[in-house]
Design a protein. Structure first.
Length: 444
């Protein structure tokens, strides 16, 4: 393996007696395989599975649709293969970690089928679909020289998007195609007037219970005193009570870890006049900005790149964004954090997995300095970690108390995901008991 230290690693292999190289592109920034061979339609599934299990990549030169079928065949074999030497798990946490290891191993095997992408994003294989828009939509933002999350989308893919040929796993290509369809068609969200258009690599808002809880929670009094600009039914502006102090003319809400921007859009539809949305992922920032523009609310929702709360100069991964002039304290702060304290396997899993609950604890400890005296923080979080034995019962409320926060109210909802109703899921015992909660937190 050779390295291109400026952009990406390079994978080297021998084909037709000649040494060849290509850039290695991996969404999860995995290292290139140490070994690679050329494969085509003549290769048997059992042979491909054996090579993939040995860590040997297969550079596909056959029919594109046959590669999809081979991927399905590898998946069936990976699902059947079990380690008979291991004992049955002794508790819920061990069951969870076993499943995570099995999924990681399965993903590694399926990721060994590689296809070559030409500089314009096309695939030079028989019966390959035109994936140029899907590839540019997925890779364009992260290949920009500046690295700035400008929300640029290539409706007409450039002729030299990648700069040179590249190798990408067939599995990632299919993920790009699926993500492009979601981005093109959008997702209808209950309680939301506008559709949400996820970008590749940004966690989609498929769990509607979070949005429904945020849609029905009462807004803090500061927002009721301020005449809303077109909120949802049931959010009338309350007149000032005699003797009340004049409210801030533009009360601010913050949506931390905004992702696609779905919760920021909800707050805007509820009549919140000024919203600051943050995320530390440049793809999420670009995605949220585009969704706010499509919804016509980008004049009320500002999306910035920051690690949780923005500082006067918000710095994240070497990118500095000027957010001077923004108030440091807010009347409402909403956060749907990663809810399982475990290590993410993929980049997108960072929206779900938070090692040692670091992100959650940093958010809670910062809240007292970010909330106005009568403000509220809405924490939207699942208790799945408790059912899996990854977080102790009472640990969350203990963290609230340690941070100097009080619980105003807690509202629960059952999960909307189908896996909670699937008895064949290895974690059904935990998913079937899961509850999603909106914790309204305030200062003492």
């Amino acid at each position: 393996m050779e390295k291109n230290t400026d952009i990406a690693p390079v994978l080297t292999w021998t084909e037709a007696g000649e040494k060849r190289t290509a850039r290695w592109i991996s969404e999860n920034r995995d290292r290139p395989p140490a070994r690679a061979v050329v494969a085509d339609d003549a290769m048997k599934a059992d042979t491909a599975f054996r090579l993939a299990c040995e860590g040997c990549a297969l550079i596909w030169r056959g029919d594109f649709q046959n590669a999809r079928q081979l991927l399905d065949a590898l998946a069936r074999r990976a699902d059947r293969k079990k380690d008979k030497r291991k004992k049955e798990p002794g508790n819920a946490a061990e069951t969870f970690h076993r499943q995570r290891m099995a999924r990681s191993r399965r993903a590694g095997i399926l990721g060994m089928i590689l296809v070559e992408i030409l500089p314009d994003g096309s695939i030079p294989l028989k019966r390959a679909p035109d994936v140029r828009q899907a590839v540019s939509g997925a890779l364009g933002p992260v290949l920009e020289a500046s690295g700035e999350p400008d929300g640029k989308h290539y409706d007409e893919p450039p002729d030299n998007l990648l700069g040179e040929p590249a190798l990408i796993s067939m599995r990632e290509i299919l993920g790009m195609i699926g993500a492009y369809e979601w981005r093109r068609k959008g997702i209808a969200i209950p309680c939301l007037k506008t559709r949400i258009y996820p970008h590749y690599g940004v966690f989609p808002p498929t769990r509607s219970e979070y949005v429904e809880l945020a849609a029905t929670a009462p807004l803090p009094a500061e927002f009721h005193r301020h005449p809303p600009s077109g909120g949802l039914p049931g959010d009338p502006g309350d007149p000032l009570v005699p003797g009340d102090k004049q409210p801030d003319p533009t009360p601010l809400a913050m949506d931390i870890g905004t992702g696609t921007g779905v919760l920021a859009a909800l707050l805007a539809e509820r009549g919140v006049p000024s919203i600051l949305a943050t995320d530390n992922d440049p793809r999420a920032v670009a995605c949220a900005r585009e969704n706010m523009r499509i919804a016509g609310i980008d004049d009320r929702v500002r999306v910035v790149r920051a690690d949780l709360f923005p500082a006067p100069e918000s710095i994240s991964e070497g990118v500095t964004e000027d957010v001077s002039g923004l108030p440091e304290k807010s009347s409402l702060i909403i956060f749907n954090p990663p809810w399982i304290p475990a290590k993410p396997v993929t980049r997108r899993e960072r929206a779900v997995y938070d090692p040692k609950s670091d992100v959650l604890h940093r958010f809670l400890s910062a809240l007292p300095n970010r909330l106005k005296p009568d403000g509220e923080a809405w924490l939207l979080i699942s208790d799945l970690a408790e059912h899996l034995g990854l977080r102790a019962r009472g640990e969350l409320t203990g963290a609230f108390k340690k941070a100097g926060l009080k619980v105003i109210e807690k509202t629960d909802a059952p999960p909307a995901q189908n896996r909670s109703r699937d008895p064949g899921d290895p974690l059904h015992f935990a998913r079937s008991a899961e509850i999603v909660s909106l914790w309204r937190l305030g200062l003492p």
